[in-house]
Ligand binder design. Structure first.
Ligand SMILES: [Zn+2]
Length: 108
């Protein structure tokens, strides 16, 4: 079990989704701090993710984007979701509700 970097508690650390690169995030139920104890480096450059979002907004399917960019379509779905969470004013209204899957309710 990880240790909270803020209050240093080792108790009541709960899983809280994943970050950009797929590393497990945790939330401390004692102080509310969210953190990633062991963040992995990004596997794909920002530029590729932005291209995936542009292709998605142009109407291309997740699988077609994955084939075009040479990545797994699940990665494409994750990128779109990340953008929908972090840039709602830019792309949120364009992203289908069906693309928002899982428990990505924390954007910190
Ligand atoms: Zn804490």
């Amino acid at each position: 079990m990880p240790t909270c970097p803020k209050c240093h508690s080792e108790e009541r650390q709960v899983k809280a989704g994943r970050n950009y690169s797929g590393s497990q995030k945790y939330r401390c139920q004692g102080c509310g701090k969210k953190y990633t104890p062991d963040p992995a480096p990004l596997r794909y450059p920002q530029e590729m993710r932005e291209q995936a979002v542009r292709l998605y907004l142009a109407g291309m399917s997740f699988r077609a984007i994955g084939r075009r960019l040479g990545v797994n379509h699940q990665s494409v779905i994750n990128w779109i979701n990340d953008y929908a969470v972090e840039m709602p004013r830019l792309v949120g209204r364009w992203v289908s509700r069906r693309a928002i899957t899982g428990s990505r309710n924390d954007s910190s």
